[in-house]
Design a protein around this ligand. Structure first.
Ligand code: MLC
Ligand code: AMP
Length: 515
């Protein structure tokens, strides 16, 4: 019997509706892409990639502004069987140099504005092809693709074949590339389609960036697999989103998006009357936001939990969940139940599985869990238990009804507006600055971003350092969202008897800075 092609593109295309002329994506600047457009344009781009004679498994890296064409490049990469590597547009040259040096992509696609410095980095790292993709469908990528056929036979791929690498900083050290296979991503997409009741007549508001799993996988795959239309926003603007909300049925956002929409008087029951589902994730949703949303719109946000390495792991129920006695309550402050197919347990430091209500490390297993970190077999081994569970680095508990709550993080990580910021990375940049002896970056509560970084810096003996200068220097080198919102100079960092910096004390000291 012939094997079905497990290429993620083939899986997603399997969800396209029979009417290929229907609108698949409508953008905020009034463009409409039909399902046929998605198929044909991704075929042209796939043919372009194939014409380059790239070796098997080549990485195609993209640091481009959000656009439908960027999605087409992603789909084309899958369809041609290469490996997609999305990069945040906020990354600066030092960050890009690391990612490109580490992933060694065969093709890099960047904005026309960044071509001179990105191409220099890429060529130095051995990349042979650098294309541009700019606003308004400009740039060499589409010019070159225009010469290719709009027919393309999807490359055969198996469950375990690599599809995407997403860089994530993990617990320590430099960023690691999480290797996700066609099967990892497709299985998660199918589970979410069923668990969240996606339908062909859904209309998704897509207002998230597309270089992370929330915007790229959870949102886009949900819509494509269901054959549902997307209303496409190049950037999140609460007023613009609310203006289109009456036409939509599904919205996905990080908590900051909900906070910002709540600040708009236009948000009410009437605007949200056709909505079927509001999903929140990537960062903790405050109970105040959850309650305020229900009060204003009559809708209960469904909070779910996931990671780059694993896709989605848990979700509050959309409908009655037969696995949990028909439970259908979406409980604020919890991230719901492990999704079908996901094994999730909470364990103690000794690896013992903990009872209901006990707090410990969350570890997970399932078809959605990644294949390992790119070229870091040691690191990969460290992050799995002996019986094959991935250590999420999150700390949580499961209650007697089966709801999972995240109570903290074992990893030193700040989640700011849904983006991960690794204190160790920021500290290493600060520590290299002249006159700096040492530093600590901690997360403190913030009304808009949930949490933001604050730096505490100690000067070397007889050196004078200027906090504003430190922030300005960081800004020149790191993505803007990673820059601590405040910087303080201290004479020393609080340490315990073992000499370990007591970040808790610093967090406590600065916790009221923004609230
Ligand atoms: C922007 N800024 C931030 C920030 N975003 N600061 C801290 N944290 C953030 N997340 C700062 C910039 O540095 C800049 O400061 C100023 O805000 C304006 O920048 P901007 O780009 O115009 O901001 P804005 O468009 O308002 O962006 C805010 C946002 C964005 C919330 C819309 O951050 C966003 O789209 N977040 C979503 C992230 C996401 O998709 N995460 C999913 C990860 S997947 P200055 O000083 O330079 O002017 C994942 C797994 C899972 O976690 O479970 O989903
Ligand atoms: P990333 O590495 O960007 O994929 O971020 C994954 C991390 O985001 C997880 O390990 C969690 O710490 C956090 N996260 C995702 N969803 C939630 C949520 N609903 N509540 C709390 N934390 C979350």
């Amino acid at each position: 019997m012939p094997q079905t092609n497990q290429n993620l593109f083939a899986v997603l295309r399997g969800g396209f509706p029979a009417d290929q002329d229907g609108v698949a994506i409508e953008t905020d600047d009034g463009l409409r892409y039909s399902w046929r457009d998605l198929d044909h344009a991704s075929a042209m781009l796939a043919n372009l990639l194939e014409s380059l004679g790239l070796p098997e498994g080549s990485r195609i890296a993209a640091q481009v502004e959000k656009s439908v064409e960027a999605v087409l490049l992603y789909l084309a990469t899958l369809r041609a069987g290469y490996v997609y590597l999305p990069l945040n547009t906020a990354y600066q040259s030092a960050e890009i140099e690391y990612f490109i040096g580490n992933a060694e992509p065969a093709v890099v696609v960047c904005t026309p504005k960044n071509f001179s410095w990105v191409s220099k980095i890429a060529f130095k790292a051995g990349t042979r092809h650098v294309f541009t993709l700019g606003e308004g469908r400009s740039g060499s990528l589409l010019e070159r693709a225009a010469h290719h056929s709009d027919r393309h036979a999807v490359a055969e791929r198996g469950f375990d074949d690599l599809a995407v690498i997403i860089y994530t900083s993990g617990t320590t050290g430099r960023s690691k590339g999480a290797m996700l296979s066609h099967g990892n991503i497709a299985s998660n997409a199918r589970v979410l389609r069923d668990y969240w009741g996606w339908r062909g007549d859904d209309v998704l508001i897509h207002a998230l960036p597309i270089f992370h799993v929330h915007g790229l996988f959870v949102a886009i795959h949900g819509a494509l697999l269901a054959g549902a239309k997307m209303l496409w926003f190049h950037k999140f603007d609460p007023k613009a989103v609310l203006a289109r909300l009456p036409e939509a049925t599904v919205f996905m956002g990080v908590p900051t998006l909900y906070v910002r929409m709540l600040a708009e008087p236009a948000l009410d029951r009437h605007t949200a009357q056709h909505m079927r589902l509001f999903v929140s994730g990537s960062a903790p949703l405050l109970i105040e936001t959850f309650d305020a949303w229900r009060h204003r719109t009559g809708h209960t946000i469904l909070e779910r939990y996931g990671m780059s390495e694993t896709g989605m792991l848990t979700s509050n129920p959309y409908a009655a969940d037969a696995r949990h006695g028909g439970e259908s309550e979406r409980r604020g402050g919890t991230v719901g139940f492990p999704l079908p197919g996901v094994e999730l347990r909470v364990q103690g430091d000794d690896g013992r599985v903990l009872a209901a209500g006990e707090v410990g490390a969350i570890v997970v297993k399932g078809p959605n869990v990644f294949k390992g970190y790119w070229r870091m077999p040691e690191k990969t081994r460290e992050e799995f238990t002996a019986d094959g569970f991935f250590k999420t680095g999150d700390v949580g508990q499961i209650d007697a009804r089966g709801y999972v709550t995240i109570v903290g993080r074992a990893k030193d990580l700040i989640i700011s507006g849904g983006y991960n910021v690794y204190p160790a990375e920021i500290e290493s940049f600060i520590n290299e600055m002249p006159g700096v002896a040492e530093s600590a970056v901690v997360g403190v509560p913030h009304p808009d971003f949930g949490e933001v970084g604050v730096a505490v810096v100690v000067a070397r003996a007889s050196a004078t350092i200027d906090p504003e200068r430190i922030l300005a220097d960081l800004k020149a080198r790191l993505a803007n969202y990673k820059i601590p919102k405040r910087c303080f100079i201290a004479t020393e960092l609080p340490r315990n008897a073992m000499g370990k910096v007591q970040k808790n004390q610093l967090r406590e000291q600065h916790k009221a800075l923004f609230t």
